[in-house]
Design a binder for this molecule. Sequence first.
Ligand code: URA
Length: 425
Amino acid sequence: MDVISVIRTKRDRGELSDEQIDWVIDAYTHGAVADEQMSALAMAILLNGMNRREIARWTAAMIASGERMDFSSLSRPTADKHSTGGVGDKITLPLAPLVAACGAAVPQLSGRGLGHTGGTLDKLESIPGWRALLSNEEMLDVLNGAGSVICAAGDGLAPADKKLYALRDVTGTVEAIPLIASSIMSKKIAEGTGSLVLDVKVGSGAFMKTLDDARELASTMVGLGTDHGVRTVALLTDMSTPLGLTAGNALEVRESVEVLAGGGPADVVDLTLALAREMLDAAGLSDADPAKALADGSAMDVWRRMISAQGGDPDAALPEARETHTVTVPSSGVLTRLDAYDIGVAAWRLGAGRARKEDPVQAGAGVVLHAKPGDSVVAGRPLLTLHTDTPERFEYALEALTSTYDVSPTGTDFSPRPTILDRIS
Ligand code: URA
């Protein structure tokens, strides 16, 4: 087998054989195929696509590049959720303990933010003492003791994807549906969950900008999960405006704790409950009532146990940014648009996100929204508050916010967009 013939096959719109796929993933993982050769192949895949057989084989080869976790010793059924990423998407934080409080075991391997979307681990690391890096044994201990665990994926899980994802990130080849689907699903299948709910985001703040693309990604991932014996469903959810009222690490932890305490913004609560019901159904626990577990404090109890088991202090004060700057409402009326992508970029520029994997993030940085689309607003009142430790960033963040919102005098032209746009199973 030689790599140039593999690249030529895809460049010339051919189908890669099973043998070509197995060989190229293995050779790349072990350094026998160079980064420049793999980036040529990734670009050929982005431009010419892969069929269902090729995607399934590519995913299987990435799973086989590393270890598979085994949760069969647990007495509870396992359920996991994966979001394709968005702005203000803090749902994993209340969701994992909520579903655990309803009887499932929730092993949630999560990532860090890159670009304008936040990462679950960065958010949780704003809790003093909390640790993202656990050994497989520690992960099982937290899962057994608390019912849910949120931690970083170990180096042994789908190492081919780890290498390939880092390469795609710097070669303009992230946005290929076969590569996104195989990347996400190889990690989830190797993780060993019995059921999986996918939250596929659609809109300006998401990878998928249109419903058609999101449907294609969702059905590809549902097919891959199902073929590997993982009960998989996908919700397509709106990411044209941020979720909730905060984007930024500690700000989002605070909002998640509000949800666990029975409050919080309606869109965050609704989506958390909808995803919880899907996870419980997929895990065979459809009789459980997640709304009750939020209201009676049992989800909060699991959260506190989970945070403490990972070294965090659930009662510690969260970090706050040293400086704030307020953007006011330009004219009275109804807020008809508030763009997710722009808010994500502003939060990132304020220090909540990173440009390179090794960059640090500011725990307190981010954006607080004082209104959501559909709300009445009054001229001169606060619309957004920007938070950062480094005030020299305000100007750069404000440059991202020049055409982020529309206010209509009457609101008659406003049409609300539901949070859940479709379901694929
Ligand atoms: N998240 C992943 O894990 N992989 C991708 O390719 C895109 C988003």
